[in-house]
Design a protein around this ligand. Structure first.
Ligand SMILES: [Zn+2]
Length: 108
């Protein structure tokens, strides 16, 4: 069966998930970019300890928080948990981050 063809330019459309915001790990609120926020509209929280030497690398955990109140809520609970478990060293890093930027954990 002979086919007649014509050479045409065809545009392929790729569909993929694109980052449009984040969710606060503490209160669940959506963290969406503001129009004039210069991008810095949430807090990246990284926690870890150094109780086991080099193995402590496994202790790193990352959270996103929408506001200072959520940062404080998380920090208070984290410190209480550390006291209950008698952990020697608890470290918390808090950075002001851009919701459409790299964010956690890539920022660390
Ligand atoms: Zn929140």
């Amino acid at each position: 069966m002979a086919r007649i063809t014509e050479r045409k330019e065809i545009t392929h459309v790729d569909v993929e998930d694109v980052l449009i915001g984040r969710k606060c790990d503490i209160c669940g609120k959506d963290i969406l970019p503001l129009e004039h926020d210069h991008g810095y509209n949430y807090f990246c929280i990284a926690t870890h300890h150094s109780d086991w030497g080099n193995d402590s690398i496994e202790s790193w955990e990352y959270k996103d928080a929408c506001c200072p109140d959520c940062v404080m809520t998380f920090t208070e609970a984290y410190i209480h948990k550390a006291f209950e478990r008698h952990v020697n060293s608890k470290e918390i890093e808090i950075k002001h981050c851009r919701s459409l930027g790299q964010g956690s954990p890539e920022d660390y």
